[in-house]
Structure formats: C-alpha cells, structure tokens
Design a protein around this ligand. Sequence first.
Ligand code: NDP
Length: 254
Amino acid sequence: MRDPFRLDGRTALVTGANRGLGRAFAQALAEAGADVVLVGRDDARNRAAADEIAASTGRRTTVCTGDVTDRDDVLRIAGEAIEAHGRLDVLVNNAGTCFHGRALEVPDEEFDEVFEVNVSGLWRMTKAVAPHMIEAERGSIVNIGSMSGLVVNRPQWQPAYNASKAAVHQLTKSLAAEWAPYGIRVNALAPGYVKTEMAPVDEPRFRQHWIEDAPMRRYATPEEIAPSVVYLASDASSFTTGSVLVADGGYTVH
Ligand code: NDP
C-alpha cells in the first residue's frame, strides 16, 4: 500500500520558507517527496534555503522572491510556480509577522501591517493559487494559524497578532466549506511557542508564563512541528478539512 504521507510527484509552495518554521516545512515536504517552491522577500536567503533543501533531499526547488502583501508579486509568484512545475498541489501559507505592545500604544500602521501579512497576504496567495487547484480538482491548503488565535498569550501583549490568527482559523473553515466540492482541503495548523527569530523563547522574563506554566515545560523546534504540515498536506489527512490542528505542548489546556 502506498504510504499516505508521501508526496512524490507533487509540488508544494511555502511562503516565508527561508527561515524558521517555513524553512522546516519546506524541508519536511521535500523529504516526503515533494518538489518545493520557496517564497519570501529576501532573495539571497530564499536561494540559500532552496539550495540546501535540494542538496539534502534530491528534490527540485524553485525560488519565487516576493512580498505576500503585494498583489502583483503574488500573481507573479503563482504564475511562475505553476509555469516552472506544471502543477501546484499544496499551498502552505506560513509568512507571518508579530509585534508586542499594549493596545493603546500600538500604532494603527502596525496593526494594519499585521493584518496585511497574516490575513490579507494569505487571502491573496490563496486566491491566486485556488483557480489552478479548482481546475485540477485537487489540492491541499495549509494555513499557519497559532494558539494565539485560541487563547491570549501573556505577559506580552500582541492584540493585532492574536486577532489576525483567529481570522486565519475562521477563514480556513470558510474556504474549506466552500471548496470541498472541488476536492480542495483547507486546514490550519496552530503551533505553540517555537524557537525562531519571531519568538524570543529564551528571554528570562517570559520563562514563567511561556515555559514553566505549560504542561510540557518547553518550547518546540521548527523541525518537530513540520511533520504536522506533511500530515495536512498529504493524503494521510484525506478526510480532514476545516480543522485547526493544535501543536502546542499542551499550552492551551488551561
Ligand atoms: P520568522 O519571523 O522566523 O519567519 C517569517 C518568514 O516569513 C520569513 O521567511 C520571512 O522572510 C517571511 N515573510 C515575512 N513577511 C513576509 C511578506 N510580507 N512576504 C513574504 N514573506 C514574508 O517567523 P516564524 O517562523 O516564527 O513564523 C512562521 C509562521 O508561524 C508565522 O505565520 C507565525 O505567525 C506562525 N507561528 C509562529 C510561532 C512561533 O512561536 N514562532 C507560534 C505560532 C505560529 P522574508 O523576511 O525574507 O520575507
């Protein structure tokens, strides 16, 4: 029987793929057999990640440098990816941003930027890729949400980020319902604290709330979150759509 977690012959596009979680997702998808399109704004970092993944997995990797908040970039990226690979089976909307600050001190521009990247960027990329998936009558979209869409983190305040991730989860469910008849599954992954440039997991002032009070009493590495994306991208989750898969070391149980 074919291994349902394998992605041989398929192509996956990952936004924010040059570092952190997205880098680990791109690596894991390639290890599962997929060719991978890496998207991010920093061309040099994109190319370095793409070369490393191709060298270590033998899969074909393509770089599409651009900004998910730029409509023209997004349309170009989708077009280049499909032209280069002839197909796009998996879309991982991972690019995201976060600022810490008390609500009354958050400038409107910062609030807008968080929604531009985390929600509108995801929306635009999804709309650019979905017509191709609808035509192919198959596809898996994995949106990277967060446990911050389910609970309010402390002690740092991040109101825009939390609201944006709740929006990602609800948008995921909306698109899952609408596109199930086309064979497209849409799911979200909600990680807890993961050691990346975005999350200062080693800062002593966060240790009590982020680490000590959590059931597993540790943060995750990107590599241990990545198999959850392979699961949602692959036929292993063929009857799963509109789900929010939480991978948070038990953080949201309380
Ligand atoms: P990082 O800040 O480490 O990486 C963000 C990635 O997104 C980079 O590759 C960056 O590349 C890319 N990116 C940012 N803005 C844009 C943009 N406008 N257009 C294209 N690419 C962009 O973040 P993480 O790896 O920590 O986070 C990845 C995702 O996981 C995010 O959605 C985040 O909200 C979510 N998450 C993270 C958690 C954590 O603890 N780390 C927990 C829960 C969820 P470049 O700068 O070159 O564009």
